[in-house]
Ligand binder design. Structure first.
Ligand SMILES: Cc1ncc(COP(=O)(O)O)c(C=O)c1O
Length: 378
């Protein structure tokens, strides 16, 4: 039995090796490494792809979130309402601008913010609502946007895992790419993301010209004109080498998303055939049916998960737990005063979830091997 990694970036690289080397060569020849024409061109391609008026490249997905909150003038005394079941940056970004996160439990089916519980988390200090499109499936944006509008609060989307996924409002009230549905949308180009660079990178998109200007200033120390600062900003720019790589990859993004979605479908069928679903050993990821899920991760719930993990390790099947600890239970957020049981669905998810290899280059035989290996454990 061969080893199956959780993600195989080498397989992807092999499909575009020469194009990437040529793009990198051109940047090296130009000796223009930070922002500049290659970055701007990539930003334009991203604007076109997602359908946003402005894309502003920056140094990471984490910085994209921080810059987005800063552009909205969120700071000390303010609160950002978000989900406790996500990557750390979803909550740390609030801290980094001096604000505090406030959490809303998740819908156990989609793992995303439960829109029914959103209103009760909104208080007089709430200055932004920050839904995450976890694992590549959009949060329930229509009800979230409605609640946000009723309170006149901007929505900042954490679309770090969801570039390429779309949302269709259930009542036909509009659709769009993840990241373009709220006031600002944030992407990560970390190598394992749908569109991954050769290092860190990120971007913020918006249709708001003024916010875009502010973002462009904040990413260069708070001054569009060099050495003149209206704000105290950051050094958070996208490198030309990253942009060059991302520009080669962007035209292939939909194809990769399709490949992952097909693998997800195949997993669903294999697990159903195996009897593991019926036996209650695994619960498969649920599609909300509101748009395109691009499966940045194929994440199921598994009975006796941690012993299953040991079995998968022995069998050489890559996997991971996104995420083992809910954000409200992180040591650094204890001062927020949440305790065990504050968000039972998020906590349950942390104890049950397991992400399996779903990258597009997996063969049908590899998918079968993953499911058979899990079957042997149960
Ligand atoms: C949901 C979510 N938000 C934010 C980030 C932060 O992105 P980055 O690693 O590029 O800083 C990530 C990536 O790990 C993420 O998965």
């Amino acid at each position: 039995m061969s080893q199956i990694p959780l993600l195989d970036l080498k397989a992807q690289f092999e499909t575009m090796r020469e194009e990437i080397y040529e793009a990198i060569r051109q940047v090296v020849e130009s000796q223009y490494f930070v922002l500049g024409p290659v970055v701007r061109k990539f930003e334009e391609s991203l604007e076109q792809y997602v359908g946003a008026s402005h894309a502003v490249g920056c140094a990471s997905g984490t910085d994209a979130l921080i810059l987005a909150l800063a552009a909205l003038d969120i700071g000390p005394g303010d609160e950002v309402v978000t989900t406790p079941f996500s990557f750390f940056s979803t909550a740390s970004c609030a801290y980094k601008v001096g604000a505090r996160p406030r959490f809303v439990d998740i819908d156990p089916g989609s793992f995303n913010m439960d829109p029914e519980k959103l209103a009760e988390a909104i208080g007089p200090r709430t200055r932004a609502i920050l839904p995450v499109h976890l694992f590549g499936q959009c949060a329930a944006m229509q009800p979230i946007l409605q609640t946000a509008a009723a309170h006149d609060i901007p929505v900042v989307e954490d679309a770090a895992q969801a570039l390429g996924s779309t949302y269709e409002a259930p009542d036909g009230g509009g659709s769009g790419h993840a990241g373009t549905l709220g006031r600002l949308g944030c992407y990560s180009f970390f190598p394992s993301k749908n569109l991954g660079g050769f290092g860190d990178g990120g971007a913020v998109v918006t249709d708001d010209e003024q916010l875009a200007e502010r973002l462009r200033s904040l990413r260069v120390h708070g001054g569009v004109q060099m050495y003149h600062h209206e704000d105290v900003g950051w050094n958070s720019r996208l490198d030309a080498l990253q942009a060059a790589v991302l520009a080669v990859k962007l035209p292939r993004l939909d194809l990769w998303g399709q490949g992952r979605a097909e693998n997800a479908k195949r997993y669903d069928a294999l697990f159903a055939e195996s009897g593991l679903v019926e036996a209650g050993a695994v619960r498969l990821p649920r599609r909300t049916g509101t748009g395109r899920h691009i499966f940045n991760q194929y994440t199921l719930r598994a009975k006796d998960r941690d012993r299953l993990r040991a079995h998968l390790n022995e069998a050489g099947v890559g996997h991971s737990v996104y995420y083992p600890v809910a954000l409200h239970q992180q040591e650094c957020f204890q001062e927020l005063g949440y305790g065990e049981g504050s968000f039972p669905e998020a906590e349950r998810a942390c104890a049950e979830v397991l992400s399996l290899p779903v990258y597009p280059e997996l063969t049908p035989a590899m998918l079968e091997q993953v499911v058979e290996t899990i079957g042997r454990f149960y």
